[in-house]
Design a protein around this ligand. Structure first.
Ligand SMILES: [Zn+2]
Length: 246
């Protein structure tokens, strides 16, 4: 069978058209696939951000700040560094709070450098409901002992409640109660960074003296109990500030 030139041209044209149509369909499918992929990624990112930035996860967000870290060892006495103690205790507090249903963020979870002024900003960024800075005290004469808590200079009642609850629980563990104080050691109208930057109730817990052997013994032998005590006080404060019915 022979085909005329016109017939051959017609067949070729039809073939060309079919190819073009197929290419067009393929292009559309690719566009659709890319669109769906972007949509899925977008939704994923949205959900992910939602989870990361949600102010409440279970009962709420608590910010724990283990004092010092990295090159800043904090107080040193009797062969120990404050930065190690603050991290060890903070990790217990975190674990206990998480068991109670809180979302816990920390300024550091290892021996890293974190700027002091940044710690409060981190708590603000995480929408924390309470910020607790864990420290230890020092007295070169080795006379000072016990727990001391610092709250903002405005002496706001929420921070005071937090401080009073924590010191009461630590007193039960055997620490001498040095009281909850507002401002700083040198100026009652001034604030430590840890209390001036956060927008939520906050306090600095000076958990005994590194320079006092009996405080260190209490700190080490009851590390878990002390962490539990602080977490219990935080929970109690959170409940009365945020979970009571109007
Ligand atoms: Zn300190």
């Amino acid at each position: 069978m022979y085909l005329t030139d016109d017939e051959i041209i017609a067949i070729l044209l039809k073939e060309k058209k079919r190819k073009r149509r197929r290419r067009r369909v393929l292009r559309r499918l690719t566009c659709l696939a890319v669109f769906i992929l972007i949509l899925i990624l977008g939704i994923g990112l949205f959900i992910n951000r939602g989870v990361l930035d949600t102010p409440f996860n279970g009962r709420g967000v608590i910010f724990i700040d283990p004092g010092h870290g990295g090159v800043d060892g904090g107080s040193t006495a009797l062969g120990r560094k404050e930065k190690d103690d603050t991290l060890a205790l903070s990790l217990v507090v975190k674990e206990e709070l998480e068991e109670m249903g809180f979302k816990v963020y920390m300024s550091r979870t290892d021996d890293s450098d974190v700027d002091r002024a940044e710690r409060g900003k981190m708590a603000n960024n995480k929408h924390a409901k309470l910020m607790i800075s864990i420290h230890r005290n020092q007295d070169d004469k080795s006379e000072g002992e016990g727990v001391e808590i610092w709250i903002p200079s405005d002496n706001n009642k929420e921070s005071r409640l937090l401080g009073e609850n924590i010191i009461a629980e630590l007193e039960k563990q055997g620490f001498y109660n040095r009281g909850v104080r507002s401002g700083t050691l040198v100026n009652s109208k001034d604030d430590y960074y840890e209390n001036s930057v956060p927008t939520m109730p906050s306090c600095i817990v000076e958990t005994g003296f590194v320079s006092k052997a009996s405080d260190n013994k209490l700190f080490d032998s009851k590390l878990k109990e002390n962490g539990k005590a602080i977490a219990k006080a935080i929970e109690k404060t959170f409940a009365s500030l945020y979970e009571t019915e109007e």
